[in-house]
Design a binder for this molecule. Structure first.
Ligand code: C2E
Ligand code: CA
Ligand code: CA
Ligand code: CA
Length: 275
């Protein structure tokens, strides 16, 4: 039977309200998570593609709920952003990541994700200064990962903050590059030291010629801008070789290692860099 337009409307309504309830439940549970320390961070290795050595890690927040189990960041980060909780969570992730990195000089650089909401409504500079002071981590070992969404509003203010971060000796990496709005030429105006090519472009290599063409364009343009290129989502040896040959400097992905607890990461690093 032909479905009535009205039916699909109600189906949509009830699906929507289920989703709203889901988000509200997550929001309530997330408040609890912050208070009861259910959040933790894991570290995913970043590898120098020329030497095949681990040179650092990206920190990724994790949430283990007593009943819900492991909740993926995709499900709770946007809820944390919409409620403003990301400001507190992000501040804690930054501090914890710096403390963990400062425990050992051999673990290299640490890259921490900072949300556009923190830039707009938080005090990112104060949070960075606090984390560096509390941990004693050298600013030159820290990278802040941002996405193009930080430039959507208050662009001048954001650029001012990024300049101040770089002045401190901290690096800026532009995450998920290629999925947003900005053009390649726009890139030269932004205070960023690294560009992370989104895993959507890596996933279909080596077959997908269009992805390869985009990666080549990003690499060739960035050569004239003194920016390092990071490729994420590398899962095969062939992808790593191809990206290195294309001119990417740093690689990240399951090929080198999944996100790991700090101790596991340290063990991996020792074994990996020993050979
Ligand atoms: P992202 O910043 O792009 O992080 C990379 C994501 O790709 C991570 O997912 C990582 O586990 C996954 N990944 C790494 N290597 C591979 C691979 O080889 N193949 C595939 N298929 N995936 C790979 P995760 O941990 O689920 O995080 C998802 C997103 O949540 C992150 O994407 C980031 O946007 C956000 N996020 C995570 N931690 C934080 C945080 O502390 N603060 C903020 N603001 N956002 C965070
Ligand atoms: Ca990231
Ligand atoms: Ca990314
Ligand atoms: Ca992403």
């Amino acid at each position: 039977a032909k479905s009535m337009p009205g039916n699909s409307f109600f189906a949509y309504r009830s699906e929507l309200s289920a989703r709203v309830r889901d988000r509200q439940a997550i929001e309530v549970a997330l408040l609890d998570a912050v208070v009861n320390k259910q959040l933790f961070v894991q570290y995913q290795p970043q590898v120098d593609l020329a030497s095949n050595k681990i040179i650092g890690a990206e920190s990724l927040v994790r949430w283990r709920h007593p009943d819900l189990g492991f909740v993926r960041p995709d499900r709770f980060i946007s809820v944390a952003e919409n409620s403003g909780m990301i400001i507190e969570i992000g501040r804690w992730v930054l501090l914890q990541s710096c403390i963990d990195a400062a425990k050992s000089a051999t673990t290299g650089r640490i890259a921490v994700n900072v949300s556009a909401v923190q830039f707009e409504y938080g005090d990112v500079l104060a949070d960075i200064d606090y984390a560096l002071k509390e941990s004693g981590l050298a600013p030159s070992r820290l990278d802040i990962e941002i996405t193009e969404s930080v430039f959507v509003s208050k662009q001048d203010k954001t650029i001012g903050i990024l300049d101040s971060i770089i002045e401190r000796g901290v690096g800026i990496a532009l995450d998920d590059f290629g999925t947003g709005y900005s053009s390649l030429s726009y890139l030269s105006k932004l205070p960023v030291n690294k560009i992370k090519i989104d895993k959507a472009f890596v996933r279909h290599l080596p077959e997908d010629k269009q992805s390869m063409a985009i990666i080549n364009a990003v690499v060739s343009l960035s050569k004239h801008m003194d920016k390092k290129i990071v490729a994420e989502g590398i899962e095969t040896e062939e992808q790593a070789r191809l990206l290195h040959r294309a001119g990417c400097h740093i690689g990240q992905g399951y090929l080198f290692g999944k996100p790991l607890d700090r101790e596991e990461f340290c063990t991996l690093l020792e074994n990996y860099n020993a050979v």
